[in-house]
Ligand binder design. Structure first.
Ligand code: 9D3
Length: 242
């Protein structure tokens, strides 16, 4: 999969992509990610990327020309992307479903803004979609771009070593995860649930399913409406409510 990121803080994005499963997938060639410095696409002596807003008001607006030039260079060097995503607090909320959709696109370009925002012509003419990672105010699109890349990359076959762990992922099933334990079997007076030490794999599976259901019901009941539940799980939920 190819990903290009356009930002005024390339070091920040590169640092976030250097470690962990994404870092390994980059060095192994599974992920071809290029981070571009927006200032490289300016033509003035001081590499200015922002300007005052037409109509007045506080703050600065990112100029359109460097974004147009950067995307033109990407198209020339790396082909026409399948999606050009503007990272924006006004975008559509990013979810696991959105990550699955983007994992099916061979080439993504992510545009990161700073300041008060980006000139509207960038959105109109370049972006094919606009994504927010949630309802809180960040100082720019770089951290959101890292969030999107991380969530999408781990769905690309081979990026996460253990395909089973991707498949079992809580949000893949639509439920929260069950509790995890490792040694020691008792720590500071807190024992590991007996069943996990028993070696009874069918019982362990059942305990984990029920623990995941219970947690989801307590903390995120909204997820139960769309979770992939079998007949047993629906029965368990019905009984737990009474
Ligand atoms: C103080 C400026 N805000 C006025 C309502 C608008 C604003 C502009 C730019 C707020 C945040 C930002 C910078 N944020 C992003 O570029 C961003 C973002 C976010 O802040 N939250 C969640 N997802 C995203 S994606 C990009």
């Amino acid at each position: 999969m190819k990903i290009d990121v356009i930002t005024i803080f390339p070091a920040m994005v590169d640092a976030g992509l250097a470690e962990g499963v994404v870092g390994r997938a980059r060095t192994s060639g599974l992920l071809d990610i290029v981070v571009h410095n927006l200032r490289d696409f300016t033509t003035d002596k001081h590499h200015v990327v922002d300007d005052v807003p037409f109509g007045g008001g506080p703050g600065m607006v990112m100029k359109p020309e460097p974004f147009f030039a950067a995307l033109g260079a990407i198209r020339a060097a790396r082909g026409t992307p399948g999606a050009v995503i503007l990272m924006s607090p006004a975008g559509e909320r990013f979810t696991q479903q959105g990550a699955r959709r983007l994992a099916g696109v061979a080439h993504l370009v992510l545009l990161c803004g700073r300041y008060e925002g980006i000139d509207e012509r960038v959105r109109e003419a370049l972006a094919t979609e606009e994504i927010s990672i949630g309802d809180y105010v960040l100082s720019g699109g770089e951290v959101p771009a890292l969030v999107v890349i991380d969530a999408v990359a781990r769905l690309v076959p081979g990026v996460v070593g253990d395909e089973q762990s991707v498949e079992a992922d809580s949000f893949t099933r639509g439920l929260l995860d069950y509790p995890h334990y490792t040694r020691p079997a008792e720590y500071e007076g807190r024992p590991v649930p007996e069943v996990l030490l028993s070696g009874h794999h069918a019982e362990i599976r059942r305990w984990r399913r029920e623990a995941a259901l219970q947690r989801t019901q307590e903390r995120r009941p909204d997820l139960l409406a769309t979770a992939a539940l079998d007949a047993d799980e629906r029965e368990w939920l019905k009984r737990s409510k009474s």
